[in-house]
Write a protein of this length. Structure first.
Length: 620
């Protein structure tokens, strides 16, 4: 669709309470009154299954009405989850409001209002008049957990509003709507007229009665939400629109129509709908209108219907501040409106004096070929850093402190946007810690809890953490030298320690702030270590080089394993030297006493040999 395409003002058809309908250049005024056979009744006269406690009317059952119901001044109607059904007949259409206020205020909660209106054929004049579901007429109040549906006769007359807040007379009024749902309405879903402040949150508005336009009879402009000369806050809602099924010179339906509104904020809502003509349409002036952080999207126009508009947001003679709205599925995102670049970077990370800094501020834009330029508009920017024109922030901070500044981005098509940021630069504070453990195994790999044999293997592990806020280069471990205690690096073994290997940060490399690395080394126990007994002790420190080339060293860490020292072998027992024929320490005399000692020993050996032979023969 061409970017310069405009829509004739006749496409904006709006309803202003008991005011006027504008169709092209003509205007008609209708007063919403009911036919003679309809009555205006206190709601308790019709919904008799109810209780009244103080100023609260609570329904105890569903009810049906063919009359206009009112809520007493200052009262709250609690539907308690029940439904009021509104019906009429073709010969006696119910006009005016199904439920309205009898005084200056009313509140409704926990209620479903269901319209079952009928239409006289075809388009009778007596149904060409205003009718509403719920109406606040010159009254304040609230709606909570309320559903209104079916406020339609399926006609192309510009009447049939689910909820209306009409403050065209009687001074300013305020109505709050929370968790409200409206759908299947003929003209408007939720309308604020005149000096009304309508604050809406957590609600779902739309879709309208889609059968009107899909039936092939077009001409009605349906608006899911409409602010006419009113204001308030519209936040956190879902709005579902539709198409008026008209050519570009005809009616346009909207998700939200903003007509001469004042002091209105529309933020953080989701707009959608099948073939919606306009997500948001502004018209005929107004001041203080902000439209921000909404997601405006639509799905495809139903087959066979016109798709003559398809604007995400458009304007005729009204200015508004647009901030970071997103669009999807439209023929054209913006019509007669400009949205500045949207700065999407929520915050920037902090830095440290002497440590290289890098970050980026990013923005999106409706300009398909943006040419963004970034600058520091106001405030204090960290010394040593630069905000480059492409949004990157680079450099090395030189001074500790907290710096708050406003960044500005400019696009030659979409204009400028700003955002405030704070960067804290910390002073350099190096830190390094190490824990050391030792485990032992035999030469065959069996774990042992003490060293007792030469060839046992000790495995040392080192867990090193850079606990400071600056990197440390040239990582080293010192565990050599003579062991003198737990306060100085040293080793009590008599052999040579194996090499130390580390991962993921190797010795000699740079360990980043907050990072850790694990190291191992082995040692093979010597006989001298066993002979020395006591414990095998090893004390180590870790160190790294700071940015100013000075060395930072950790506290020492010690690991010890006990040693089971070797003992002298026992003295063997046998014949007492120099005594012939006597076995030492036996207390008995050998039968070979008369023989010399050497003969006795030989005889004994011979006897043992004979005995062994005899046993062998017996076994055979």
């Amino acid at each position: 669709m061409p970017a310069d395409r405009n829509v004739d003002r006749r496409s904006v058809r709006w309803f202003a309470g008991v005011g006027a309908i504008v169709l092209g250049s003509a205007a008609w005024v209708f007063v919403g009154v009911s036919p003679a056979d309809a009555a205006v009744l206190d709601i308790r006269a019709v919904c008799t299954d109810s209780t009244t406690v103080g100023s609260t009317i609570t329904l105890t059952a569903d009810c049906t009405t063919t009359d206009n119901l009112t809520i007493p001044d200052g009262f709250t109607l609690d539907g308690a989850g029940h439904t009021i059904t509104v019906t009429d007949t073709p010969s006696a259409p119910l006009l005016g409001a199904a439920i309205s206020n009898a005084g200056s205020s009313m509140s409704i909660q926990n209620l479903t209002l269901n319209g079952e209106y009928t239409a006289a054929a075809p388009n009778p004049a007596d149904s060409n008049a205003p009718f509403f579901g719920i109406r606040f007429l010159s009254a304040s109040g609230s709606l909570s957990n309320v559903t209104v549906t079916g406020i339609t006769r399926g006609q192309t007359f510009n009447f049939g509003q689910a909820i209306q807040v009409d403050a065209t007379a009687g001074g300013p009024q305020t109505v709050t709507a929370t968790n409200v749902s409206v759908s299947d309405f003929q003209k408007n879903g939720l309308t604020a007229n005149g000096e009304a402040t309508l604050n809406v949150t957590g609600s779902t508005l739309g879709p309208p009665d889609t059968s009107i336009n899909t039936a092939g009879v077009a001409g009605i402009a349906q608006n899911s939400v409409q602010y006419f000369g009113s204001g308030g806050t519209f936040s956190g809602n879902t709005v579902i629109g539709y198409t008026a099924n008209q050519p570009s010179t005809g009616s346009a339906s909207t998700g939200m129509l903003i007509f001469t509104a004042n002091n209105l904020t529309v933020t953080n809502n989701t707009f959608g709908g099948a073939g919606t003509d306009y997500g948001i349409l502004l018209s005929s002036g107004g001041t203080g209108i902000t439209i921000s952080f909404n997601h405006l999207a639509r799905t495809a126009t139903p087959s066979g219907l016109e798709d003559s508009f398809g604007f995400g947001a458009g304007s005729f003679g009204t200015t508004a501040t647009l901030i970071c709205n997103t669009f999807d599925g439209w023929n054209q995102n913006l019509q007669n409106l400009t949205q500045p670049p949207c700065i999407i970077t929520p915050s920037l990370h902090d830095g440290t004096v002497g440590v290289a800094y890098s970050d980026v501020i990013e923005a999106t834009t409706e300009n398909p070929t943006p040419d963004l330029t970034w600058t520091v508009l106001t405030g204090d920017f960290p010394p040593g850093l630069t905000l480059n024109p492409d949004g990157t922030i680079t450099g090395t901070p030189t001074t500790a402190g907290t710096y708050t500044f406003t960044a500005q981005v400019e696009d030659p098509v979409d204009g400028t946007a700003t955002r405030e940021y704070t960067i804290t630069i910390a002073a350099a504070a190096p830190g390094l810690s190490m824990t050391k453990t030792a485990s032992a195994a035999s030469a065959t790999g069996e774990p042992v809890d003490q060293l007792s044999t030469a060839g046992d293997v000790v495995t040392y592990t080192f867990h090193i953490v850079n606990s400071g806020n600056v990197p440390l280069s040239n990582l080293a471990i010192n565990d050599g030298g003579t062991y003198t205690g737990a306060t100085t690096p040293g080793f009590s073994g008599t052999g040579t320690l194996g090499p130390i290997t580390c991962s993921p940060t190797a010795l000699g490399a740079t360990i980043a702030a907050g990072a850790s690395t694990d190291c191992t080394a082995t040692y093979t126990v010597t006989q001298a270590d066993i002979n020395n007994g006591g414990s095998l002790n090893n004390t180590a420190t870790a160190s790294g080089q700071q940015l100013d080339s000075t060395t930072f060293t950790s506290q020492p860490a010690t690991a010890s394993i006990p040693v089971n020292a070797a003992t002298a072998p026992p003295t063997p027992t046998g014949p007492t030297p120099g005594v012939t024929g006597v076995l030492a320490n036996t207390g008995s005399t050998s039968p070979l006493t008369a023989l010399p000692g050497s003969i006795a020993l030989l005889a004994g050996a011979a006897m043992i040999t004979v005995s062994a032979l005899l046993r062998k023969r017996r076994r055979a």
